[in-house]
Design a protein around this ligand. Structure first.
Ligand code: NDP
Length: 449
């Protein structure tokens, strides 16, 4: 709970201005709690207006997305883009297509993105967008028509020097391609730097697909080495989700010598004590876009269980929640702790509820927060923008090496800030403070506009 009167006032304003937006409230409260000790040491932050400005998006856009389905019926969805903070660069953040998307989810993601992008050391501000459109069960033609209609409004708000979207849940390479194609038709410009996550043949970066998942593991590897003198070798790992982040986190953890024994989708989870066969998983989820339950038809040693939370009862050394926000609650945390978990790093955005995070910290579990641990995706998006500006394409190895360097740097920035704040190893606090300081300095230098 907040004890500083000024920060209590900031938080109350957020509650009043954004009624009912619980995910956004949750994300703001976590950051304000982390800043409390710092603000008490630096009273100028009570008067310079930076924190008041930081919690208010620079711009929030909400629009109608009309499209026609395969039966000729008119459908209406709602589109969003939040341009949260441009202090250190153009707004940057992904687009999410999922029925749960609303203004609260978009603001929470845009707010967190501001700090995450600051931690990468690349010049990117914070933004996020999406729609309550549900891609599940839609034909390719329906996805195309939806993406074209979505971009028909979004195009006027974005640009390589203004706002650069990318993918997120429900928006992968196919959707980014359709969005870029429509942007090009409307503007008559091949403006490669307007969106990232593009196909390699038209300006995408090698390694972007793998970047978030690989980055989670590079961060975890550095955390293990520096805080535990340990590594992934021979560790049992549980990864929730089976989308982009989860798949490549599982792939890198396996390459680093761990055994990934469980993964999930929104219906249930699979348990395979021999280690999940990622070639089979990719064929099911990426190529056929089918359900994870089908894995057990091809791997007889594996088991499938209905429901999302059961995955946290699987005994493991390292957990990497890579599915969605608030997917791991206090009960789940208690089960993981009782089963001897040592490390948890967040691949998804805000996957642990606040009480689950607190339980891990109190139990001495090493905890890598999303803002730091999953920044690999946006980092390689930043590298994609650099390549587009240079009109060059770097090799996979070059991109991957830079990604490793960035993730190692993020760990140390968060760790060092935790030490400076007198809470060594509290990376939630460290990531928030380190991300905040760079944005705050830039905002002050620009007159807190
Ligand atoms: P995808 O759409 O590729 O995958 C999401 C996965 O999570 C799917 O397998 C989905 O299952 C599963 N899922 C959804 N809800 C649940 C649940 N309650 N329990 C278990 N599984 C669930 O998304 P991404 O992998 O791109 O994103 C995952 C998370 O990572 C999000 O929080 C996103 O914001 C974050 N992130 C993504 C980045 C990126 O580069 N893509 C960058 C940084 C963060 P189903 O197949 O049933 O839908």
């Amino acid at each position: 709970m907040l004890t500083n009167a000024y920060l209590q006032g900031v938080y109350q304003t957020v509650l009043n201005r954004n009624p009912g937006e619980s995910e956004f409230h949750q994300a703001v409260l976590e950051v304000l709690e982390s800043l409390e000790a710092y603000v008490e040491m630096h009273p100028e932050f009570e008067t310079n207006g930076v924190i008041d400005a930081l919690v208010e998006p620079e711009r929030f856009i909400c629009f109608r997305v009309p499209w026609v389905d395969d039966h000729g019926r008119q459908q209406i969805n709602r589109g969003f883009r939040v341009q949260f903070n441009s202090a250190i660069g153009p707004y940057k953040g992904g687009l999410r297509f999922h029925p749960s998307v609303n203004s609260s989810i978009i603001k929470f993601l845009g707010f967190e993105q501001t700090f995450k992008n600051s931690l990468t050391t690349l010049p990117m501000g914070g933004g996020k967008g999406g729609s309550d459109f549900d891609p599940k069960g839609k034909s390719n033609t329906e996805i195309l028509h939806f993406c074209q209609s979505f971009m028909t409004e979004l195009y006027r708000h974005i640009g390589q020097f203004t706002d650069v979207p990318a993918g997120d849940i429900g928006v992968g390479a196919r959707e980014v391609g359709y969005l870029f194609g429509q942007y090009k038709r409307i503007t008559n410009r091949f403006d490669g730097g307007v969106i990232t996550g593009k196909g390699i043949s038209f300006g995408g970066s090698k390694g972007r697909t793998e970047a978030t998942g690989y980055g989670v593991c590079y961060f975890t590897q550095e955390l293990l080495a520096c805080m535990k003198n340990d590594s992934f070798k021979d560790k049992i790992v549980v990864v929730s989700g089976s989308g982009n982040v989860a798949t490549y986190a599982a792939e890198k953890a396996t390459q680093l010598g761990a055994t990934v024994v469980a993964m999930s989708d929104s219906d249930g989870y699979i348990y395979d004590p021999n280690g999940i066969r990622l070639d089979i998983l990719k064929e099911i989820k990426q190529i056929r876009r089918a359900r994870i339950s089908e894995y057990v038809f091809q791997v007889p040693t594996a088991q499938y269980f209905e429901g999302c939370h059961g995955i946290w009862s699987v005994k493991c050394d390292i957990a990497l929640p890579c599915a969605t926000q608030n997917e791991l609650n206090l009960d789940d945390a208690k089960k993981l702790i009782a089963n001897g978990i040592q490390v948890l790093c967040e691949g998804a955005n805000m996957p642990c509820t606040p009480d689950a995070t607190a339980a891990f910290q109190e139990a001495g579990i090493l905890f890598g927060p999303a803002k730091a641990a999953n920044a690999g995706g946006v980092s390689v998006s930043g590298l994609e923008m650099s390549q587009n500006s240079q009109r060059l394409s770097w090799t996979f190895e070059e991109v991957d090496e830079r990604l490793q360097g960035i993730m190692v740097g993020i760990f140390h920035a968060a760790y060092d800030a935790s030490v400076a704040c007198g809470k060594p190893g509290n990376l939630v606090l460290g990531a928030n403070v380190a991300g905040f300081l760079k944005v705050a300095e830039a905002m002050i230098a620009q007159g807190v506009v």
